[in-house]
Design a protein around this ligand. Structure first.
Ligand SMILES: NC(=O)c1ccc[n+]([C@@H]2O[C@H](COP(=O)([O-])OP(=O)(O)OC[C@H]3O[C@@H](n4cnc5c(N)ncnc54)[C@H](OP(=O)(O)O)[C@@H]3O)[C@@H](O)[C@H]2O)c1
Length: 254
C-alpha cells in the first residue's frame, strides 16, 4: 500500500513509529509532505520519500494520511479541492474536521480516525468512524490497540477523553512534581516519586480500581484522608472545565 503522510508532526510520527514496530509499514512505500527542512530531513532519515508538492504526494501515494492542524487544512482546502483525488483514499487524524467537510474537499473515500500519542507504543485506544473501504488500514491499527468504531459525536468525545488525555495527564503529573519539589525534593527525586505514584495507581485492576485504592490508602482519620479532604472537588472541577472547553473546540459548529 503506497501511503502519503500530509504533515509529519507529533501525531503522524507516533502513528508511523507504532506501525513500523508491528510491521504495518514499509518505509519504501511511504512519502511525506511537510513544511520545514528539518521535518523533511527527519522523514528522509527514516527511509521515507519526500514529496515536492501536494500534487506529487497525491500522485505518488494511494492512501493519504492527513495529519495537518485543522487551521492549516482549512487554509489549504481550496487548493486541495482543485486536485484530482479520484484514485486516492484519504484518512484524517484531524480533530474538529468532520466527514462532511472532508467529503466537500476530496472526491474519494474518506475516513476519520482518532489515535493518541500512545499509538507509538502499541497501547492505544483509537476512535474511528465506520471503516468502509479502509479495512486494510483498520487491520493494521488493530495491532496497535483497541479500535472503537463510533459516530462522529462519539469520536469528538473520545478526542477529548483519550487523545487530549496524555496532555491532561501530563499537566496533572507536572503539578504533582512541582508540589513534591516544594516539599524539598530535587527535580530528579520529584519526577521519580511522581512516576512511581501514578504508575502504581494506574496499574490497579478490578471493577472500581481507583475508588478501591483511595479507600485502602485514605483510611478514616488518617493523613491521606486529611489531604484528600483538602483537595475536595478541585481536581474534578478542573477536569470538568478542561473537558468542556476542549469539547467546544472540537465541535466548533455546534
Ligand atoms: N498531538 C496529538 O496528540 C494528537 C492526537 C490526536 C489527533 N491529533 C491531530 O493530528 C493533527 C496534527 O497534530 P500534531 O500534534 O501532529 O501537529 P504538529 O506536530 O504541529 O504537526 C503538523 C504537521 O503539519 C505540517 N505542515 C504545516 N503546514 C504545512 C503545509 N503547508 N504543507 C505541508 N505540511 C504542513 C508541519 O510541518 P513541519 O513539521 O515541517 O512544520 C507538521 O509536520 C491535528 O489535526 C490534531 O488534531 C493530534
Amino acid at each position: 500500500m503506497k501511503i502519503g503522510f500530509y504533515g509529519f508532526g507529533h501525531m503522524a510520527t507516533a502513528l508511523v513509529t507504532g506501525l513500523l514496530k508491528v510491521g504495518g509499514l514499509c518505509p519504501e512505500e511511504c512519502t511525506v509532505l511537510a513544511k520545514s527542512e528539518q521535518t523533511q530531513k527527519k522523514a528522509r532519515d527514516m527511509g521515507f520519500a519526500v514529496a515536492e508538492s501536494k500534487e506529487a504526494l497525491f500522485l505518488q501515494s494511494e492512501l493519504i494520511v492527513l495529519a495537518l492542524k485543522p487551521s492549516v487544512f482549512r487554509e489549504l482546502s481550496p487548493e486541495l479541492k482543485a486536485l484530482d483525488t479520484k484514485e486516492n483514499r484519504v484518512v484524517s487524524l484531524m480533530a474538529s474536521v468532520g466527514l462532511d467537510e472532508l467529503k466537500d474537499v476530496f472526491s474519494c473515500p474518506v475516513w476519520r480516525i482518532m489515535p493518541t500519542v500512545a499509538i507509538s507504543k502499541g497501547r492505544d485506544i483509537v476512535g474511528a468512524t465506520a471503516p468502509a473501504g479502509f479495512e486494510d488500514l483498520l487491520s493494521r491499527l488493530e495491532k496497535l490497540g483497541q479500535v472503537q468504531i463510533l459516530e462522529e459525536d462519539g469520536l469528538d468525545a473520545l478526542t477529548v477523553a483519550a487523545s487530549c488525555g496524555p496532555g491532561f495527564a501530563a499537566k496533572m503529573l507536572y503539578s504533582y512534581q512541582k508540589a513534591c519539589q516544594e516539599l524539598g525534593f530535587s527535580k530528579k527525586q520529584a519526577v521519580a516519586i511522581t512516576s512511581a505514584v501514578f504508575s502504581f495507581a494506574s496499574s490497579m485492576e478490578g471493577e472500581d480500581p481507583f475508588l478501591t485504592l483511595e479507600e485502602q490508602v485514605a483510611t478514616k482519620g488518617g493523613v491521606t484522608e486529611a489531604g484528600n479532604d483538602a483537595m475536595g472537588q478541585d481536581v474534578k472541577n478542573a477536569l470538568d472545565r478542561a473537558f468542556d472547553t476542549a469539547l467546544k473546540k472540537t465541535r466548533p459548529q455546534k
